[in-house]
Design a protein around this ligand. Sequence first.
Ligand SMILES: *[C@@H]1O[C@H](CO)[C@@H](O)[C@H](O)[C@H]1NC(C)=O
Ligand SMILES: *[C@@H]1O[C@H](CO)[C@@H](O)[C@H](O)[C@H]1NC(C)=O
Ligand SMILES: *[C@@H]1O[C@H](CO)[C@@H](O)[C@H](O)[C@H]1NC(C)=O
Ligand SMILES: *[C@@H]1O[C@H](CO)[C@@H](O)[C@H](O)[C@H]1NC(C)=O
Ligand SMILES: *[C@@H]1O[C@H](CO)[C@@H](O)[C@H](O)[C@H]1NC(C)=O
Ligand SMILES: *[C@@H]1O[C@H](CO)[C@@H](O)[C@H](O)[C@H]1NC(C)=O
Ligand SMILES: *[C@@H]1O[C@H](CO)[C@@H](O)[C@H](O)[C@H]1NC(C)=O
Length: 316
Amino acid sequence: MELAMMPLGYLAQAALAALLLSLTMLNPPLSSPSAAKLLNASSCDGSGNTCIFNMTYGGSTIAANLSQDTFTLANDSVSSYTFGCLQKTTGNSVPPQGLLGLGRGPLSLLSQTQDLYQSTFSYCLPNFRSANFSGSLRLGPVGQPVRIKYTPLLKNPRRPSLYFVNLIGIRVGNKVVDIPPSAIAFNPTTGGGTIIDSGTVFTRLVEPAYVTVRDEFRRRVKVANVTSLGGFDTCYTVPIVAPTITFLFTNMNVTLPQDNLLIHSTAGSITCLAMASAPDNVNSVLNVIANMQQQNHRILFDVPNSRLGVARELCT
Ligand SMILES: *[C@@H]1O[C@H](CO)[C@@H](O)[C@H](O)[C@H]1NC(C)=O
Ligand SMILES: *[C@@H]1O[C@H](CO)[C@@H](O)[C@H](O)[C@H]1NC(C)=O
Ligand SMILES: *[C@@H]1O[C@H](CO)[C@@H](O)[C@H](O)[C@H]1NC(C)=O
Ligand SMILES: *[C@@H]1O[C@H](CO)[C@@H](O)[C@H](O)[C@H]1NC(C)=O
Ligand SMILES: *[C@@H]1O[C@H](CO)[C@@H](O)[C@H](O)[C@H]1NC(C)=O
Ligand SMILES: *[C@@H]1O[C@H](CO)[C@@H](O)[C@H](O)[C@H]1NC(C)=O
Ligand SMILES: *[C@@H]1O[C@H](CO)[C@@H](O)[C@H](O)[C@H]1NC(C)=O
């Protein structure tokens, strides 16, 4: 089952996972006791018709009514689909259209459609400046690419809803840089490691890993005047030739071309390396390969076979 992606003006927000979907409100919202429990929903009234839950997503918090209805995606129908009907959103990580949960959590789209899609899906995210915006989300094992490179998909008990992979090194140009192994090691105790995430815009690397990559990147660009812009610390006011950056995973290397590495200011006069170090919070141990770095690649999540596939695909 394939869905075309619609333009949402999304890249200002961390919301590439959001797609426009037809949600048919056939019945009044019902609450599901098990979902209510998972979400710590409160104030479910006596009739069970209203349950409100709060949730954080990125920098946003949402208050939503727990709802259940038939969910129609192209030709497929999912009955008793549990979702949150947004009531109030603060922050800008959640776009007004809402979010489609593609993670491994118990209430994600994939978890609720096991029979239909067997926790298998792929997407190709077009360049965020694309006029055509011809990305796609393909749900289910049918029609998935055959020629694709795989790396094992891992599950980290500390962050069970995320898709972990084993990053073993990073190459800048032709040089494998010297990253302290602990910065990228998969760690089920701390929840550290590397995830592939469509809901984050720019790749964040654990600080020592980022600094190593950045320094080698700067060395190869050979333009002395490095400036910063917003959250980016490696920006240039003159045109540059950037080295490629290659993520080395178990059994799979992915080399990113310039389009996946550089972001240009809207005025066009500043070019930045579109990566940063991990935030100084609970996520400081997490490397996140984000959607800017996934553009024009097909990313295949094959959960039953515990593998993640990546193939270059121009969805423009
Ligand atoms: C629900 O509450 C439990 C216990 O306080 C907590 O561990 C869990 O993270 C909460 N779940 C959500 C989705 O907030
Ligand atoms: C959600 O947050 C609001 C505002 O902070 C609070 O008043 C309300 O009690 C919370 N509801 C739940 C179910 O936690
Ligand atoms: C959500 O629940 C509140 C409180 O019961 C209600 O006032 C509101 O209309 C509901 N919103 C939606 C979108 O169903
Ligand atoms: C939906 O079904 C129709 C009729 O069988 C078919 O032509 C169409 O391609 C299907 N759409 C999708 C997205 O599978
Ligand atoms: C957009 O799509 C049309 C038709 O498929 C194609 O001719 C055109 O070259 C595309 N434009 C870009 C910028 O990719
Ligand atoms: C370096 O970049 C800054 C910031 O854009 C600019 O003001 C300055 O003129 C540049 N210096 C040189 C030597 O190019
Ligand atoms: C990935 O690149 C590294 C370093 O260049 C190389 O040693 C390794 O064999 C490559 N692995 C694969 C699966 O191509």
